[in-house]
Design a protein around this ligand. Structure first.
Ligand code: F6R
Length: 604
């Protein structure tokens, strides 16, 4: 996701900004830019793609005296990854970089355009700099104009702004998106959206709080809180360990990524939720014309999210849908008909088997769509259409946030198709959009929940196997729970449809067989419960996950009471991820790099 850096001092500003952006690369981005103000003269550079492109563009640019500079890596949300949409954004005499979303940008933009302001980009960010310059006209000084601007913005943001009107100053504001300032003995000031770019440059850092805004100069850090009371910076020592800084204090990247699900799902939803419709600007009208069937193809965790989609597409979009494991599909001489939309799902966009099925579908003349986390990956380049999941870079080999965002996209896509096909009433689509808006809250990890799972995990370190069971869309979630556990704990685990246990697997039931039972209140509760009772009667050790108390369970993990089974799905998803994580940690395994596994499987 997006990253911000800023610098004020006498050293090589260009190098410091580029180095800082490099430290933020791991977050994922599709374009980058810097702006430097020295001798009251601005230079700005932007490039699409990797930082090397920006380095190339700036190679003849020299910064060898006092300067202020800002830089940004952008992960496209409003508008495509183009140079014009890359930050910093320019007004007449000021530049701005921004992380987050300005929710009222459309209204501000319209007002500014009515007053004759010309916009160059499609971004929400550009309104900030124009609004600032508008306020400058009536304000006593640039800081007053900046403060007024900040108060006019709604949404989440971390902002750095530099202006010729006050050339030795960086203005900042923070609301909802992270931002810190670092200092050292040489009177330099460094800004960033996370600690890593500051390591090795700063001794002490101040993490801004929501509502903080102000400015820095060589001699001063001036901060106001949201009530406009002046406050002193609160400095703490900066860690000098880069890897631990990247993990933001979490023990493993997987843990960090589980916690990040709340923000990345919000990013996935951003700009795509209308009142009674889903907006996928990236899909051309007509993609679904003549389509009577959907075929999904993927591997591993992505296959599980695809399997979830089959329930949503048939239930809501009323379109025939099937799913296949890519490594099977490619060799079984499948029949492909042209009224089928072929959809591949991949976090990396490079998985060899999935890529091959995409090529097969294209060769057979089918329309193709990819749901992917990596822009410009092989699959995105090849498919006719793509929807990006916006999960940011996933470092843990065991996929978590990628799965969460894939299912989010599929839920949105099922409603998008439902609207096209008229298979759901507008009111029902609106109701589900309201539910979707709440998913970032559903996946927020509560301390008490994490503590409970940590404690409970010690009882699940042995045994002769785990069965994760669920019905309907909770079956793919059960498969995903079992996959997570076996990947990082090396314990044997299987996912099963709850109703299928009595057709064979129940023969394994004894106290050393652990059943992780998914019991949503809002979908087939009674049916799923009786399947668990059958296992309990045969002495399997049961860990039930449900909003409803269940007295036949040995262990019980209670999720919140939700309005809908999809919200229960996301709450349970977090529980099974944390359970796998905590069991693996207790077993002393390398959670982020489990044995025998690779993050991107580019061989068949
Ligand atoms: C499991 C996991 C793998 C991947 C699979 C497909 O945690 O990450 O099962 O889901 O290798 O990878 P992508 O989604 O990149 O095609």
């Amino acid at each position: 996701m997006c990253g911000i850096v800023g610098y004020l001092g006498n050293k090589n500003t260009k190098e410091i900004l580029l180095e800082g952006l490099k430290e933020l690369e791991y977050r994922g981005y599709d374009s980058a830019g810097i702006a430097v103000l020295q001798d009251n003269d601005f230079e700005s550079f932007k490039a699409v793609g990797k930082l090397i492109n920006l380095e190339e563009k700036t190679k003849d640019f020299i910064t060898d005296k006092f300067a202020v500079g800002i830089g940004h890596t952008r992960w496209a949300t409003h508008g495509k990854p183009t140079e014009l949409n890359a930050h910093p954004h320019l007004g007449n005499s000021s530049y701005v970089v921004h992380n987050g979303i300005i929710e009222n940008y459309a209204k501000l933009k319209k007002e500014l355009m009515d007053e004759g302001v010309v916009f160059l980009s499609q971004t929400d960010t550009e309104v900030i700099v124009h609004q600032f310059e508008k306020n400058l006209k009536s304000a006593a000084n640039p800081f007053e104009a900046f403060g007024k601007t900040v108060k006019e913005l709604e949404g989440a943001f971390a902002i750095l702004l530099v202006t010729k009107e006050e050339e030795k100053t960086i203005f900042f504001a923070k609301q909802g998106s992270p931002m810190l300032v670092g200092i050292n003995a040489e009177n330099e000031k460094y800004f960033a959206s996370s600690d890593t770019p500051l390591i090795g440059h700063c001794s002490d850092v101040n993490y801004f709080e929501d509502g903080d805004y102000g400015y820095v100069t060589a001699d001063e850090i001036f901060i106001l809180d949201k009530m406009d009371n002046q406050k002193q910076p609160h400095f703490s020592k900066l860690t000098q360990n880069k890897l631990s800084a990247q993990k933001d204090g979490y023990r493993f990247f997987m843990e960090k990524e589980i916690y990040e699900q709340t923000t990345v799902i919000a990013d996935t939803l951003m700009g795509r939720l209308g009142v009674e419709e889903i907006l996928f600007d990236e899909l051309e009208n007509g993609l679904f014309d003549g389509i009577n069937e959907i075929k999904l193809c993927a591997c591993g965790t992505s296959y599980h999210s695809a399997l979830s989609a089959t329930y949503l597409f048939e239930r809501y979009s009323k379109i025939k849908t099937s799913v296949e494991v890519a490594s099977e599909f490619r060799y079984r001489e499948p029949i492909m008909s042209k009224d089928t939309l072929f959809v591949v799902i991949s976090q990396s966009g490079e998985t060899a088997d999935t890529l091959e099925t995409l090529k097969m579908a294209k060769n057979a003349g089918l329309k193709t769509l990819v749901i992917c986390n990596v822009d410009n990956s092989s699959m995105v380049r090849l498919a006719d259409a793509s929807i990006l999941t916006r999960a940011g870079i996933e470092k843990g080999v065991a996929s978590t946030k990628a799965f969460a965002t894939q299912v989010t996209v599929f839920w949105m896509l099922s409603l998008y198709i439902a609207k096209l096909r008229g298979s759901l009433e507008a009111g029902e689509i609106a109701r589900q959009i309201t539910l979707l808006r709440e998913i970032p809250v559903c996946v927020k990890v509560a301390d008490s929940m994490h503590e409970k799972i940590k404690r409970l995990s010690k009882r699940y370190l042995h045994g002769h196997g785990f069965f994760f069971i669920g019905r309907d869309i909770f079956y793919p979630l059960a498969l995903e729970g079992a996959l997570k556990l076996k990947e990082i704990s090396y314990l044997h685990a299987e996912g099963y449809p709850s109703g299928e246990m009595k057709h064979g697997p129940i023969a394994l039931a004894d106290p050393e067989l652990f059943t992780i039972a998914l019991l949503p209140q809002h979908l087939l509760y009674e049916k799923a419960k009786s399947n668990v009772e059958e296992l309990s009667a045969r002495d399997s050790t049961i860990c039930a996950i449900s909003p409803l108390e269940f007295d036949k369970a040995d262990d019980f993990i209670q999720i919140s009471t939700c309005q809908d089974y999809m919200q229960e799905f996301f709450e349970m998803m977090v529980v099974i991820q944390l359970l796998a994580l905590e069991i693996s940690i207790r077993l002393g395994n390398d959670v982020d790099m489990p044995r025998n596994l690779a993050k991107s499987v580019t061989v068949e």
